[in-house]
Design a protein around this ligand. Structure first.
Ligand code: G4P
Length: 508
């Protein structure tokens, strides 16, 4: 087997409180990656309160080690990428999902599909990311498994295939039946946890009926349909009590795809390609406020990376030697010696690497499909102390590089505009401006409602600019952006300027 065939790079998508943190911890424990139960948990609890979450995020060291968690089991290397757990959406979340090959969708057995689950699912669907479903908390009272299965099938338009079945829920919970083996994982001891006891058991009559119906009423598992994103195998379990976790790891190892080919300007790049290519999907700045260092997270697409190798970032044009790459073994950062397609490496740098950059040995390829999204909320940034303009500009450039915000510099006037996808990003912006750049800023209503990247010939752009200077801005890269007062404004300009394109996303 080639090395990359042993890689499984995935994320967990869920609504807050469904049990993502608990499940993450259990997966890492089973993979031997953490020894202290509770480490991941502590982070989850802190995150729940917004203010705490920001404090934690400001102590960058904590979140960076947990952005990527690597563990190994039975010869397979699992790379679990963390998606921010809060309710507001950020581009960070979208982008992380561009770097995975599959996802686990965690659903609370009592609540079913919740809004955040659905949004994240839509992003996975856009990219045909295959999904394994884990219905969590079966040790508690919940809905009938049929209801949950039908809801997933209807709400997400997916074929569902139950792979296991809870023997009772809540008070009547007696274990989880694995359809493949016919064995029931049984609770033991006072805590009623799963400690490894699997046995045949006579099912209570109503559960036996359910199982018969379930086994007859849903399609057979079909690997190709799952990998295509049309079908989801469904596991039932309890992250807290450890039911179904081993089965889930096994399912990822057996079914989830190894590294997939990635789209580029040269067509698909497959993991078999010999030379190293990859792309940056996340940048985390200011991990140490004393040194303005950053870590760029690169998803390897092809080749075998070796420490000290020279790679050329598409944004820079000249090669950089990567001497101290970071691999992420759960809580401990380790210096990477080699990495394969599917792996994530952290590259310390001083701002040379940006989200969306391609890195390659031969500098002959650009990955596509890592978009900037049109911001849904625009605000003008006003300074409390006007002498801090330089610091503000630096901060806005840095934070937009990280993907926390987008920034637009209008052609006329000095008031810079920031754009975000979710409200929480604005809170993070203000708090980080203060904490990391000592800049006190206020956000004011913006005269604009939405932004579109404008493309066209130099002549057409110049014509357009001469009539619309008041609505033009540059983004961080200096590319022209049309700031619109309304969606109507956008379609009006599009109609009047057929030679220009106005796009809601900017692919780098
Ligand atoms: P999140 O990361 O998706 O937000 O969820 P998290 O794992 O933090 O879990 C949310 C709550 O659900 C926690 O309870 C957790 O203990 C509980 N939980 C997770 N999995 C299960 C399960 O399989 N069964 C049961 N019964 N509960 C589960 P909490 O009360 O908020 O925290 P704690 O005080 O119990 O630690």
């Amino acid at each position: 087997m080639t090395a990359h065939a042993t890689r499984r790079t995935f994320a967990i998508i869920s609504h807050p409180d469904a049990g993502k943190t608990t499940l993450t911890e259990k997966l890492l424990l089973q993979g031997g990656a953490i020894h202290l139960a509770g480490e991941v948990k502590a982070r989850g609890q802190a995150r729940r309160a917004r203010s705490d979450w920001m404090k934690i995020e400001q102590q960058r060291g904590i979140s960076v080690t947990s952005s990527v968690m690597t563990f190994q089991k039975d010869g397979i290397t699992f790379n679990l990428l963390d998606t921010p757990g809060h309710e507001d959406f950020s581009e960070d979340t979208y982008r992380t999902l561009t770097a995975v090959d599959s996802a686990i969708m965690v659903i609370d057995a009592a609540k079913g599909i919740e809004p955040q689950t659905r949004k994240l699912f839509e992003v996975c669907r856009m990219r045909s990311v295959p999904i394994i479903t884990f219905v969590n908390k079966v040790d508690r009272e919940g809905r009938s498994p049929f209801e949950t299965l039908d809801e997933v099938a209807d709400a997400l338009a997916l074929d569902v295939v139950p792979m296991a079945w809870p023997v009772g829920l809540g008070g009547t919970f007696q274990g989880v039946l694995d359809f493949a083996t016919g064995l029931v994982s049984r609770p033991e001891g006072d805590s009623r946890e799963f400690l490894g006891k699997r046995e045949e058991m006579a099912l209570p009559a109503e559960v036996a009926d359910e199982v018969e119906l379930a086994r007859g009423g849903y399609p057979e598992f079909d690997l190709a349909a799952y990998r295509h994103g049309d079908l989801t195998p469904v596991y039932f379990g309890s992250a807290l009590k450890n039911f179904g976790v081993a089965e889930l790891i096994d399912a990822i190892a057996r079914f989830a795809p190894p590294p997939r080919p990635q789209q580029s300007d040269q067509g698909e790049i497959t993991p078999d390609r010999a030379d190293v290519t990859g792309f940056v999907f996340k940048v985390q700045a200011n991990m140490d406020p004393q040194h303005r260092d950053r870590i760029a997270f690169m998803r390897m697409v092809s080749g075998t990376f070796k420490r000290g190798m020279k790679l050329t970032p598409s944004g820079l044009g000249k090669p950089i030697a990567i001497h101290s790459p970071i691999l992420f073994f759960a809580q401990d950062r380790e210096i990477a010696d080699t990495a394969e397609a599917g792996d994530i490496i952290g590259i310390p740098n001083h701002g040379t690497l940006r989200v969306g950059d391609t890195l390659s040995e031969r500098n002959d390829v650009r990955f596509t499909g890592l978009p900037n999204f049109a911001p849904e909320i625009l605000r003008r940034v006003a300074l409390k102390d006007p002498t801090k303009t330089k610091q503000l500009r630096k901060a806005l450039d840095d934070l937009s590089e990280e993907g926390v915000i987008q920034v637009f510099y209008p052609e006329i006037g000095a008031q810079w505009i920031v754009g975000v996808v979710g409200q929480l990003q604005l809170d993070v912006l203000i708090s980080r401006l203060e904490a990391e750049y000592k800049v006190e800023a206020m956000l004011e209503a913006s005269p604009f409602d939405t932004a579109r990247w404008v493309k066209g010939s130099d002549g057409a752009l110049k014509d357009f600019a001469s009539f619309n200077m008041g609505n033009l801005a540059k983004d961080r890269d200096g590319d022209p952006v049309f700031m619109a007062r309304s969606a109507w404004d956008v379609s009006y300009q599009q109609e009047r300027n057929p030679e220009l394109t106005f796009s809601a996303t900017k692919e780098r």
